[in-house]
Design a protein around this ligand. Structure first.
Ligand SMILES: *Cc1c(COP(=O)(O)O)cnc(C)c1O
Length: 450
């Protein structure tokens, strides 16, 4: 029987995270303050511990994973890699398809890989409470779990529409002991300001970020935690790619192409960057970030300095952006709706070292359903984007007769997203390409620097 699951022993959990900065041809672009000058690390010290700020700007290739973090990783790591024999058969492709399954974490996605690390470093710095925002609830539930593991309080500002429409992610957070509030709240200046103008405001990620950052900045015992976009988050996610490399070694194979869904870039960077080290050493491997056509940050955005939040409170990051005031259309992959992208992912894309494709919504669900019917696992809508791009490549292999080795990151399961699948089955989903006019207009709203 051909091998299906490629498993590692707990002793093979990586001991170090991999920092791609060490293998980049050029140093990362500076992070700028409101005055257009590079910021100093202590500008971030009101909301992040120094250890994480150090990781944010580190150029060291390997950063040790604390033992307590590895012990918690043992609850679900190493995550399995699968050879998708049944999907290959269904497609009739000569390509070999492998995927890494991050849905085995308690929260059901890759996000706890960073939530656990962030809670650890904050606890070590004497912080008692963590605050964050969440849209669809995947990051909020991951941080709630992490807070529970380290005996820390977690408060989540959850976008009001999601709070009302996705009650089960909220119940998960509460089960793990977190406080969850529908944002905008009347507990912060940012929230009160919004409610004064419109008591029925449905909330947005931008408003929820402002509430969380305001609270973290105003309390000495409280810090802020972000689920993607920042370099330290990508760093923590490299356990995915490091394990995958060992798993490929076990079966004597190596990927020609790697696909991962890309929202803020953390699971893409986590899965792909450890392979970029080999690419830098001369190996031929293509790394492809997959985004929705409705939020085409890398494929159609501007490479420029922009704010990380919609209100304009954060430092300026050089990244591909659709503009910080980008109004995301209501596509169902909530985790891919961010206006920007991680700065390292952006720079590597700008330098032609990594690639990106955008895929339309209906085709992603079609791919997700085809995958579920062959492989059993029901993928998160975000993960379906990577599956779409991988299946498209496998079908090209079928046409050309090439037997490429393809690998994608199955970033999470879709058990809390069945309402979106229902809409797909009912034929209620539509493709939406972000209008060119809106992309042009975003340029006018970018902060002016240099
Ligand atoms: C949040 C999320 C994503 C997108 O976020 P990244 O930081 O780009 O990885 C993708 N898949 C799942 C399942 C998610 O929860």
């Amino acid at each position: 029987m051909a091998q299906t699951k490629i498993l590692l022993d707990e002793s093979e959990i990586p001991t170090h995270w991999y920092n791609v900065v060490a293998d980049m041809p050029n140093p990362p672009a500076a992070v700028l303050g409101p005055d257009g000058k590079p910021i100093t690390p202590d500008a971030l010290a009101a909301i992040f511990p120094m250890s994480l700020i150090g990781q944010e700007v580190s150029a060291e290739r390997w950063i040790e994973i604390p033992e307590q973090v590895r012990e918690i990783y043992q609850m679900w790591r190493p995550s399995p890699m699968f050879r998708a024999h049944r999907l290959e058969q269904a497609l009739g492709t000569p390509a070999k398809i492998y995927y890494k399954y991050e849905g085995v974490s308690p929260a059901g996605s890759h996000k706890p890989n960073s939530a656990i690390a962030q809670a650890y470093y904050n606890k070590e710095a004497g912080i008692k409470r963590l605050v964050t925002e969440t849209g669809a609830g995947q990051w909020g539930s991951s941080l709630a779990l992490a807070g529970q593991m380290f005996g820390m309080q977690v408060r989540v500002y959850m976008v009001k529409v999601s709070y009302e429409q996705k009650p089960f992610r909220r119940s998960m957070m509460q089960t793990w002991g977190a406080e969850v509030f529908a944002s905008p709240t009347n507990m912060t200046n940012a929230g009160r300001g919004v409610l004064e103008k419109d008591p029925n405001n449905p909330g947005s990620l931008g408003i929820a970020i402002s509430e969380a950052v305001e609270e973290a900045a105003s309390r000495a015992d409280t810090n802020y935690a972000l689920g993607s976009v920042l370099n330290h988050v990508i760093l923590h996610q490299t356990v995915i790619g490091l394990e995958a490399k060992k798993q490929f070694e076990k079966v004597g194979d190596y990927p020609d192409m790697i696909f991962a869904p890309c929202g803020g870039g953390s699971n893409f960077g986590g899965a792909a960057f450890p392979f970029l080290a080999d690419k830098a050493a001369g190996k031929n491997v293509r790394l492809v970030a997959v985004e929705p056509s409705s939020c085409p940050t890398l494929t159609r955005g501007h490479y420029a300095y922009d704010f990380g939040d919609s209100v304009g409170m954060t430092p300026l990051l050089k990244m591909y952006t659709l503009g910080h005031d980008f109004m995301p259309p209501s596509i169902h992959a909530g985790g891919l709706r961010y206006h920007g992208d991680n700065a390292l992912v952006s720079q590597l894309y700008n330098e032609g070292i990594i690639e990106a494709v955008a895929v339309p919504q209906v085709a992603t669900f079609e791919a997700g359903v085809q995958f579920a019917r062959a492989e059993g696992i029901i993928p998160a809508p975000e993960s379906c984007h990577a599956i779409r791009a991988c299946i498209d490549e496998a079908l090209q292999c079928k046409a050309s007769g090439e037997a490429k080795t393809l690998f994608f990151n199955l970033s999470g399961h879709g058990h809390f997203d069945m309402a979106s699948y229902d809409k797909y089955f009912a034929g209620e989903l539509e493709d939406y390409a972000y209008p060119e006019e809106a992309i042009r207009q975003a340029l006018d709203h970018l902060p002016k620097v240099g």
